[in-house]
Design a protein. Structure first.
Lengths: 386, 389
């Protein structure tokens, strides 16, 4: 085996070329890792939300809370279904959701914000709900709280500001809340009756959430609700609902991101191949000497492949360091299911880092493969003759 | 042997390196053009909006509805020629032949007068006006749903329960390339009379008005909104373009990410090219010394280096641009138009994107070689001759 120090020193001798190639690879890894981090962020915001013992009930035919509607009297029939946990903090929570169009602070256009009108028990129903600034809204008033992902992003929807839901029916923002990074953090929550009345929808809610005595009760609850044609509702486990919601958005974003990154990777591989080809051409005399000293073709091949991988990994590590800066960036995306905006943060999970490193090594191997074969083929006698 | 022969022979002296470099540049230009095409097409629907049309929606959100009587107020505004209205239906195909298409209930008396780029024959229009459950749809959608004029069509909705039965009375013709051919329109009065829509009885989703003078659009928009300012449901009126853009607003972050990414690929391309040029120059330093010694001037040496880089970049650029045209117009475009017509009613590479891609390759071809060229031309002859590597 050719000592690894030979490769490392060779890279150091040709500083400028090494730097240019590694920087190109760093850019590619940056794009690739950023796409994976976005996917992890969406997973955290939507994919991971929901509790196994909670069921979301929608009107038959609706796929999202926004387009669903359930009459008040039907809502009361849900409480008597099998498996419902009627203890304190449990039971049935009927909520109305609506979207409002709000102006982005800084004049970057308008976007949709989801408003969730929840009864007094709706906050305790979700133990992950925590006020992080200001205070909780008083029940039965026009006070609302805003999720921390969008607090301050829209005009009127920041702490101590107010916005109109209807003429002369302002909602006052009195607090900011967090909810374990879920998509709730991109919503505004307020009182069910006050908001419903303003929307002119007093007689109905959008959806119902039902806490079961145990996750195992789901199938009997579902069978009972969906079997009752009078109700005309369908039941889904909350995690399944959120997963379904995130599917389209996540697939499109991550698909586009990795598609772009793979094309970028091809370009970077060509860059690495050019550099390594140049290295082989310039060092043919050296390679001939190594062969004459007794290193086998395999050893030469491995040595140059290793050098390509080292070059790639230097770039990859640099790219990963740069991409950590993205964790500070908030990325607003439209959730296709709810038609409202959710703010995603780039999440640097261990999966992202491992995936990026594998991608980096792959680029090095593919880029270095042919130059390494070329190096291995060099005949020692001809090379040393010059 | 003259300048050009020397330059030409030099280009392919390291044939492997030159071919790889050209391939890398072609790939980078291809990626750049693909991304720019995507961004351009994303905005295309909005760019194609008629300048002489205004859209009015509920001030709070497009999902909230307006009383139907508002249309008479809009029609009374000076400068408004015609106005029509529609309600979003949330259409779904019960047989799942398509994931998404636009469907709405519109006023049969006025809709196609205002939206005149959706052309229907007078016979079809007359048929629609006498058929309460009549529906008119775009040719692409008709193909997807496998219906023709005279057929029955069953649609479900995300918002309104049950099956909805329509009779296809016409297929509109798109007069512009940018017109959505994937839309279903049916009669608002039929929709409004159905008990399943009782919770939004006599309500409408949005109004579209055609104005006589496009320059007056801001003033007329204000006039319309002022009428409803003192009522319970306030409105926002904007140009049709702004209205379309507001649907795309949620994607602005993605689009700016693409802007950044398309700049990054150009940077990577420059690095690859600069690296190849630098390697060439380093190998030929001795030779440049010889050239200088026999009487060539520093600018000749610099010119050779820049010229060679420019040639490689131009060749890569041409291949990249040709590949873009082939990939988009031959493969991706038709596939997207067919399968994702809801998002991209049409998809092709605008020539401006191709020109930008090629120009970027040329500019970066010069940028990548300026530094090595300067350095090589400033080298002292004796130093250059001393270098043999």
């Amino acid at each position: 085996m050719v000592p690894f120090r030979y490769n490392v020193r060779s890279l150091l001798v040709r500083k400028l070329t090494t730097f240019a190639t590694a920087f190109g690879i760093a850019m590619v890894v940056f794009v690739f890792a950023a796409a994976l981090m976005l996917g992890a962020g969406i997973e955290r915001a939507l994919g991971n939300s929901g509790r196994a013992d909670t069921v979301i009930v929608l009107r038959n035919g609706s796929d999202a809370e926004l387009s669903s509607g359930i009459q008040n009297d039907l809502l009361n029939l849900l409480v008597s279904q099998p498996g419902v946990n009627t203890a304190a903090q449990g039971g049935v929570i009927g909520e109305a959701v609506a979207i409002i169009t709000a102006e982005v602070v800084g004049g970057a256009g308008v976007s949709n914000v989801l408003i969730r009108a929840t009864p007094a028990g709706g906050y305790a129903f979700r133990p992950e709900f925590k006020i992080v600034a200001g205070r909780a809204p008083a029940p039965g008033t026009n006070e609302v709280v805003v999720g921390k992902a969008i607090a301050g992003r829209f005009k009127g929807v920041g702490l101590n500001q107010s916005f109109d839901l209807r003429r002369n029916r302002p909602l006052n923002v009195v607090g900011v809340f967090e909810a374990d990074g879920s998509s709730y953090e991109s919503e505004v929550w307020g009182d069910l009756d006050v908001i419903r009345t303003s929307l002119g929808r007093s007689g109905a809610v959008s959806s119902a959430r039902v806490r079961l005595t145990s996750p195992a009760q789901f199938s009997s609850f579902k069978a009972s609700v969906e079997g009752d044609k009078q109700l005309g509702m369908k039941a889904m486990r909350e995690p399944d609902y959120f997963r379904k919601q995130s599917e389209a958005t996540s697939a499109i974003l991550v698909g586009m991101g990795t598609g772009v990154a793979i094309l970028f990777g091809l370009a970077a591989m060509l860059g690495a191949a050019i550099t390594m080809n140049g290295a082989v051409a310039n060092r043919s005399r050296e390679i001939g000497t190594l062969r004459a000293l007794g290193f086998s073709r395999w050893a030469i091949w491995l040595s140059f492949l290793f050098e390509a991988v080292v070059l790639s990994v230097i770039g990859g590590l640099f790219g990963l360091v740069m991409v950590m800066g993205m964790t500070l960036v908030k990325f607003p995306v439209l959730n296709f299911q709810t038609f409202s905006e959710i703010v995603i943060s780039f999440e640097a999970t261990s999966g992202v880092i491992i995936g990026s490193l594998i991608f980096t090594v792959m680029m090095g191997i593919v880029g270095g493969l042919f130059p390494a074969i070329r190096a291995a083929r060099i005949s020692p006698i001809e090379a040393m003759r010059g | 042997m003259n300048f050009t022969t020397y330059a030409r022979r030099n280009v392919f002296r390291r044939r492997g390196r030159t071919i790889l470099t050209i391939a890398a540049i072609a790939l980078a230009v291809l990626i750049f053009c693909l991304i720019r095409t995507f961004v351009a097409m994303w905005n295309a629907g909005a760019d194609a909006a008629a300048v002489d049309r205004l859209a009015t929606r509920h001030k709070v959100s497009i999902t909230m509805q307006l009383p139907k009587r508002y249309i008479e107020d809009v029609r009374g505004v000076a400068g408004v020629q015609k106005a029509s209205w529609a309600v979003w239906f949330g259409s779904k195909d019960p047989k799942k032949r398509t994931e998404f298409f636009a469907g709405f209930a519109a006023d049969h008396e006025s809709w196609f007068d205002v939206m005149d780029e959706m052309q229907v024959t007078p016979a079809e229009l007359a048929e629609w006006k006498t058929t309460p459950n009549g529906a008119i749809l775009g040719d692409v959608l008709a193909k997807t749903l496998q219906v023709k004029v005279g057929d029955r069509l069953t649609i479900t909705s995300d918002i309104y329960p049950g099956d909805w039965e329509f009779k296809v009375v016409g297929i509109y013709k798109a007069l512009r390339r940018t017109t959505d051919r994937n839309t279903l329109v049916f009669r608002w009065d039929f929709f409004n009379n159905d008990p399943r829509t009782s919770f939004s009885h006599e309500q409408i989703g949005w109004m579209i008005s055609r104005i006589s003078d496009a320059k007056q659009s801001a003033a007329i928009s204000q006039k319309i909104d002022k009428i409803f300012d003192e009522r319970d449901d306030q409105t926002v009126t904007m140009s049709e373009r702004a209205f379309q853009l507001s649907f795309l607003g949620g994607f602005s972050a993605i689009l700016s990410a693409f802007d950044i990414i398309s700049a990054v690929i150009l940077l990577i391309m420059t690095l690859i090219l600069a690296n190849a040029v630098a390697m060439n120059v380093r190998e030929r330093t001795h030779e440049y010394g010889v050239l200088r010694a026999v009487g060539f001037l520093p600018r000749h040496v610099g010119g050779f280096i820049i010229g060679e880089s420019l040639f490689i970049a131009a060749l890569g650029g041409v291949i990249g641009v040709a590949a873009t045209a082939g990939v988009i117009n031959g493969m991706v475009g038709p596939a997207l138009e067919e399968n994702m017509a809801g998002m991209f009613p049409y998809f092709f590479t605008p020539s401006s994107v191709l020109v930008t891609g090629f120009a970027a390759a040329l500019v970066l071809g010069i940028l990548a070689s300026v530094l090595p060229a300067l350095r090589a031309s400033r080298l002292r002859v004796t130093d250059a001759l001393r270098r043999i590597d």
